[in-house]
Design a protein around this ligand. Sequence first.
Ligand code: NAD
Ligand code: ZN
Length: 238
Amino acid sequence: MDEKLKTLAAWLRESDSIVFFGGAGVSTESGIPDFRSQDGLYRMSWAYPPETILSHSFFINHPEVFFRFHREKIIFKDAKPNRAHLRLAELEQAGKLRAVVTQNIDGLHQAAGSAAVYELHGSIHRNYCMDCGKRYPLAFVAEGADVPRCGCGGIVRPDVVLYEEALDQAVLNGAAEAIRRADLLIVGGTSLVVYPAAGLLDDYRGERLVLINQSPTPVDMRADLVIAGKIGEVFARI
Ligand code: NAD
Ligand code: ZN
């Protein structure tokens, strides 16, 4: 482990176009459960599986269940950035990191100070009326009634990408471009099974692909450095 951390530290020093690509595992050390870990959302009991509740058709048909799940299992208002978020923000400020590409919707990279963040799946911090488009802050949805409604009567929904919905093409293109130009790609805290997000790794053309994850992923074989561990702890040690 120490040797691997030394290698990563050296690569960080030698790179000036780093891109980080992450998922739910980046925020578990901030107290937000991921989907597929031992204590992730997929292991819990709820009347429907999470990927059903978080789908577009379910949202349309059962908005009250969707918002109850959203408030209880997705929104963690007191969550704070951990060492991984903070260190990535420092690397950006030092001019070494070009972008963070994240599948997370929790806004913790921005809370840590990162500016160049591609949020592939949107953000719980942005919400809008489905009828008139008026924008609302997180508090409106977090503390609102069962199904939050705009003054015009429309449902106010989070600007997140549900299953069955398409990703924002501009965000996807920007993320792909950043990855194509990267001289070091660090992938962490993601099971790499959710597409099209996971497919972005194919855009990488550099020679140094680093994976930091608690459990094995389908991409371990392709990586130049695999660090098995907690990502916040790893960043705290380099
Ligand atoms: P995932 O749950 O499928 O996988 C998480 C991965 O991270 C697992 O491989 C797990 O072993 C690893 N992991 C967990 N904690 C870790 C830690 N401390 N250090 C290192 N690795 C750790 O998540 P995913 O790949 O991001 O894909 C699922 C979907 O989850 C995404 O679309 C995302 O939108 C959504 N999601 C987001 C949040 C959030 O915003 N915080 C939370 C839950 C789910
Ligand atoms: Zn409205």
